[in-house]
Design a protein around this ligand. Structure first.
Ligand SMILES: *Cc1c(COP(=O)(O)O)cnc(C)c1O
Length: 457
């Protein structure tokens, strides 16, 4: 083996082995030492081994332990060993996964992963799929397909003629819409602000009865898995109300869509398969490396019409699936391979266990923090927990103390006017013992931040 690649593998293994024991946030000194990268552009070639050593010695210590078991910020997830290993091998292949013909392995594996995903998530077996960088771009792709289909029905070819002079398209969203959907609407020329907002309940769920009357070309953007509460919009009911009038219903399920793969959580998203398009991430809850998002679209021709590079795309002319016909990118890495590797290794039961386990750990967090006197703001239905430590100021100081202390990491949010800590449990490696250790650290930091005597022990 090339000694350089062996060295990289050894360094990566050492890094991962050390993760559970190191502070989750990088040390201040390690961040300060990043100035070591401020070298002049080398005038000529150097030793590759020296470059790799520099990367590891300066770069590794200044990472957050996001791949480790006690990072509970955002909804991050780690990388299953098999998905990282598959990523390395696929990296060595260096396939440009745009087209089927030159990259049959990548295209075939992606097609199989797509079939498995629709089965696992309970989506229509024949819907089209796009392997993109993340849920932001997945939302963008799905909404581009919606824009195509709705305007085509209104007699307008949006890809050819643009939006100037096009029939207006109404966009309805929940008040708790994720900013990535808003951004996608802006990129598509539909406008970030040109939306009708439907009110939500105390958990952030869209109130279906408050949907306005649907008139003319309309897209309704729903969400399963609110980033604060984990709550899911009543997608089935929204479909029942909106689709008979011709609306396109889109589901942003960046992490929440995975509830469909866990028997006890599936009722949260029951009926969401009636929608027209779905966006999710594999780099969050499926625990594959970045960057891996997925768009699914029932009307595959609409997605291909929006994304295929040839304007004259004719589905009947193609005897195989060209990955680039469904994505904004032409050249890209074969990111479906890690998804395939994770699914093949976990199987249906393994994915269910991962989702169920993380959800149980979220409930464990809530129970233990509540027992310690903290307030839990949300119904812990999925993997998200919103925690308040006394007043807003104490909560803020407690979160800062937790982040500095290093046992674990969780972020700050404001939920319906209240400052809170947000815990997201989505890493395959997290154990119940990690939850207990983290809870103890959180309560200890609260004690210190509140100035309670003896609290630091
Ligand atoms: C994370 C998230 C997104 C954005 O996903 P990226 O992978 O960061 O692009 C969109 N919607 C929801 C609900 C999310 O949780």
């Amino acid at each position: 083996m090339d000694p350089l690649l062996a060295d990289a593998a050894a360094r990566a293994a050492r890094y991962l082995d050390a993760l559970p024991a190191r502070p989750v946030a990088p040390a201040t000194a390690a961040v300060a030492a990043l100035t070591g990268f401020d070298e002049p552009l080398p005038a000529g070639p150097g030793a590759a081994a020296d470059t790799l050593r520099r990367l590891d010695e300066l770069g590794s210590p200044a990472t957050s332990a996001m791949a480790g078991p006690r990072f509970f910020g955002f909804v991050i997830g780690g990388a299953l060993p098999v998905s990282l290993a598959a990523n390395w091998l696929a990296g060595a292949w260096d396939q440009n996964a745009a087209l089927f013909k030159p990259t049959p392995s990548a295209a075939k594996i992606e097609a199989v992963a797509l079939r498995w995903l629709t089965e696992l998530l309970g989506l229509p077996a024949d819907c089209a799929g796009a392997f993109v960088t993340g849920a932001t771009v997945a939302n963008f792709c799905a909404l581009a397909a919606a824009r195509h289909a709705l305007l085509k029905r209104a007699g307008w070819a949006v890809e050819a003629d643009g939006l100037f002079g096009a029939p207006p398209l109404t966009v309805i969203v929940g008040a708790e819409i994720h900013p990535s959907v808003t951004k996608s609407l802006g990129l598509l020329g539909l406008g970030r602000n040109r939306v009708i907002k439907v009110p939500v309940d105390g958990q952030g769920r869209m109130i279906a009865a408050a949907l306005p009357e649907i008139k003319g070309p309309t897209v309704v953007c729903t969400q399963v898995g609110n980033v604060n509460t984990g709550a899911c919009d009543p997608v089935a009911e929204i479909c029942r109300r909106a689709q008979p009038a011709g609306a396109w219903v889109h589901v942003d399920g960046a992490f929440g869509l995975w509830a469909a793969a866990a028997p006890s959580r599936q009722p949260l998203v029951a009926g969401m398969e009636a929608a027209d398009s779905w966006a999710t991430d594999a780099h969050k809850w499926l625990n594959v490396p970045y960057d891996a998002g997925l768009a699914f679209v029932r009307d595959g021709d609409a997605l291909r019409a929006a994304m295929a590079i040839t304007a004259e795309y004719l589905p009947t002319q193609s005897e195989f699936r060209n990955p680039a016909d469904t994505t904004p990118e032409l050249s890209r890495r074969a990111r479906g391979i890690e998804i395939w590797a994770a699914l093949r290794t976990l199987g249906r039961a393994g994915v269910a266990d991962l989702i169920e386990r993380n959800c149980a750990q979220a409930r464990r967090f809530a129970a233990r923090l509540r027992a310690g006197g903290a307030e839990i703001l949300n119904d812990v239905v999925l993997n998200q927990v919103l925690v308040v430590f006394g007043d807003a100021d104490t909560t803020r100081r407690t979160i800062e103390a937790i982040q500095d202390e290093g046992t674990c990491w969780a972020g700050i949010t404001v939920w319906q006017g209240r400052t809170a800590m947000r815990i997201s449990v989505s890493n395959w490696a997290t154990t119940d013992a990690d939850v207990d250790r983290s809870t103890e650290a959180m309560l200890r930091c609260w004690g210190a931040a509140a100035g309670r005597p003896g609290a630091s022990g």
